[in-house]
Ligand binder design. Sequence first.
Ligand code: PGA
Length: 644
Amino acid sequence: MKSKFFTYTTRTLSILCRILLCATFIFSGFVKVADPMGMTHKLHAYASALNLPYSQSMLLLEFLACALGTIEFVLGVYLLLGVHRRWTSRITAAFMLVFTALTAWIYIDNPVPDCGCFGDAIILTNGQTLLKNLVLLAAALFLFYKPARIHRLISTRNSWVISIYSWVYAIVLAVYTLHYLPVIDFSAYTKGADIRGALNGEITGQKAEKLLNFYLADARTDEDVTLDILNDRGYTFLLTAANVQEADDGCCDRINDLYDYCHDHGYKFYMATGSTGKEVTDWIDRTGAAYPILYAEDTELNTMVRSNPGLLLLHDGKVADKWSNNNLPEVDNNNTTLNDITHHPITHPVTMLLLWFVVPLLLIVGLDSLWIGHKFYKHHIYVKRFKLKKIMRKKIVAGNWKMNKNLQEGVALAKELNEVLTADKPNCGVIICTPFIHLASVANIIDANIIGLGAENCADKVSGAYTGEVSAEMVKSTGANYVILGHSERRAYYNETPEILKEKVNLALANNLDVIFCIGEVLEDREAGKQNEVVKAQLEGSLFDLTAEQFSHIILAYEPVWAIGTGKTATADQAEEMHAFIRQTIADKFGAEAAENVSILYGGSCKPSNAKEIFSKVNVDGGLIGGAALKAADFKGIIDAWKA
Ligand code: PGA
């Protein structure tokens, strides 16, 4: 009861943590890439407070702002969909650790009034930010502890599509907004903002409070002209340049044309700058500016329009429009009306964002689900078909005694096994492969209808002066009908090459012995992902010269070397994957019928406790058992895995 409650709680908690983190990361990443200049100014404030080198390098700060926003956004998308779960949870936890430490410092030292995590969209005090980060840090650590709790919403195979799309989307958006203006203007100076209303106290709230910093003074007389400009019922163009030295003057012809146009059509035009004296004179010399100059706070100008220079259009004390220096309006003195100049966005930016991110995202995830569904369906059909074929194939449990048991012990074991299996008949083929010395005696004990007998090896020569060797013919003469060849221990310790094994296979078949042919990769091969290649080469090297008829006397045994006698079993899925590959390789060489008929056994730490699961796979037709074949009870336990 308690553990059920625990599972339910942890599952709910992980969903909550994930939602909290991905919503925060996507949102805060998005507001940064949708307004990198805002974050750049914030970073500038941090860097200046810390007196960091390069704190004045706007290009570097712009890059950092874009990078930070992009990483946050992509991490958020990864968390949402469960992409690269382990790395995502690691990076998220590291990210939160660094940023919680940073916000703790901001809280204590107060170098900037607000942290800027959500740009201008949501403004939090430093205390609120610290609290938010502590909660997020706890959530990130919770997921970091067990990343598998992040349920995947997209298959690992197709996640690269969404991965690339998120990176490209965030980077393109950041570059686009840097070049033009934020796609969604979260600042207080958004279109329609009532500056006069805020100054007169007619509107209130966090954004209205920000507008209270709006201040303009005549650069020559220092006289406050804020209300004169805001009370004007007509249109006023305000060229904003926080710092004229750094302002891009490539657009000065357009500015001057616009000024002339305003002059001729009775609209006001000013330049508002935070620079003074010589810097302004330089700008006038450089650009031929004839418009009147006003003084304003540079930080305020940076907030008004995220561009240096930028252009703000005021109408009746409200923000009517704004432009970056890269898309200033082009005017033709006679034909352009004010209506032509002001923007007419056809699609709302939020709709555009939905179209460019949410719709493709849903599309990719939807297609992926269809793909998984199709795969699942195909697999289902495949399993059904192969289950039928499996029923037809011979199921076998073979024991490999290796170099164990003296003659008396071996005879006793064979006797015991014979008794148990006579009493409770197996419903699969049973074979025991013993050392040469046991063969003749065991052949006399066992019921050949229930237990088959095999050797563990035979010579690669027919007969003659080969001291210590036992030929295939001799094996056959003991009453044995099988022989194991190609076992990894013989390949490794007795240097049996594919060529030698080919000779042995041919001699065994010529003497009417069926061959249990072993194949399997070592650990390094598996770690290098070369298991298929290795196994295929072993098959090709020793069996591919056989005829289809000869091949029908072969039983294959897949034994991953790293699983033999180590207690480490391949998972049932790993075994199935390899068995399916082996069957396909056989089909390619000997045809579909041969492939469907060949029994493929699994070997390597097979025990009564895991046999059932392994044997349940459609391409696994039984096992070749080492250690567990030395005790009748264990061996019987594995044989019984075939019983329902
Ligand atoms: P094991 O050996 O079952 O002891 O791992 C299998 C084999 O080598 O055939």
